[in-house]
Design a protein around this ligand. Sequence first.
Ligand code: ADP
Ligand SMILES: N[C@@H](CCOP(=O)(O)O)C(=O)O
Length: 312
Amino acid sequence: MNYVKAFAPATVANVACGFDIFGFAIQEPGDIVEIKRKDEPGIVIADITGDAGRLPRAAEKNAVTVVMLHLLKHLGISDFGCEVILHKNMPLGSGMGSSAASAVAGVVALNELLDNPLSRQDLLRFAMEGERIASGSAHADNVGPSLLGGFVVIRSYNPLDIFSIPVPEDLYCTLVHPDIEINTKDARYILRNEVSLKNAITQMGNVAGLVAGIMKSDYDLISRSMVDVIIEPVRSILIPEFNEVKKAAISAGALGCSISGAGPSMFALSRGVDTAWQVGSIMTETFRQAGIEANMHISGINQGGALILEKS
Ligand SMILES: Nc1ncnc2c1ncn2[C@@H]1O[C@H](COP(=O)(O)OP(=O)(O)O)[C@@H](O)[C@H]1O
Ligand SMILES: N[C@@H](CCOP(=O)(O)O)C(=O)O
């Protein structure tokens, strides 16, 4: 095999109450990576489309190739060479798991080109290295769902213990991206290190409620549990119109609405695709009325994660 083209989807991390431990993928958009073997050893980024020239072209600085360097090192392969083309299909610093989508597409493409020496689950820790260079933290709540699909829970980081739970078929996500940029690194830096016992108890109740609600298709329980008393109050200050947009989403029938990842994107969950569209219209309109351009993506939960699109 000399050529592989892979796709990895955007993701919603945290899902309100599950900072760094919950995430799910949506169907689209996603990054696409093409890799082609070359005779000389070394990984070279031949082209990046869709980033307006903003992403690093050096292999050791870009999430898409850092993960490949880590994988090759782990496998003890030093004489391998390939050219990489990254099609960047989502904005940087979006809260849509932009860096994660590149990292996952990169590591999945290389694993395929090498005839799949590692399982999807085993690729996770390499994909997390892409997050480390993008945000300074190797969190798994974007790369996990982008790689594996489903609603992902990270029970533990050390040792890594991650699993997916079944989701109701009628659960839809509305993801709205306002045209502003927030670096995940900055949005992590502003968080407090201590949590009060009162807030910890509330958050644990909501984490348990959200998992149970999703597994039991109990939409009321999902709705009651989409509450974040720890991270959202701090980060929402970075998102203009956050309270108005959230209120509008709930008034249009959303089960809940919060920050997607580190923001600025906001997501809502709804029962049924029609409600998800109505929620999206009112969320984007609320941003627009405040002079902020916004676009939306409506999707069920992506169950499959990253895909190989072509190989030869
Ligand atoms: N392939 C990549 N795709 C997106 N961002 C990347 C990539 N490689 C490195 N980065 C860096 O990661 C940062 C964006 O990541 P992050 O802030 O986590 O955004 P997002 O919330 O959209 O994932 C930027 O500083 C960007 O330069
Ligand atoms: N748990 C992380 C998720 C960051 O997601 P991103 O899409 O903004 O990269 C965090 O909240 O920092």
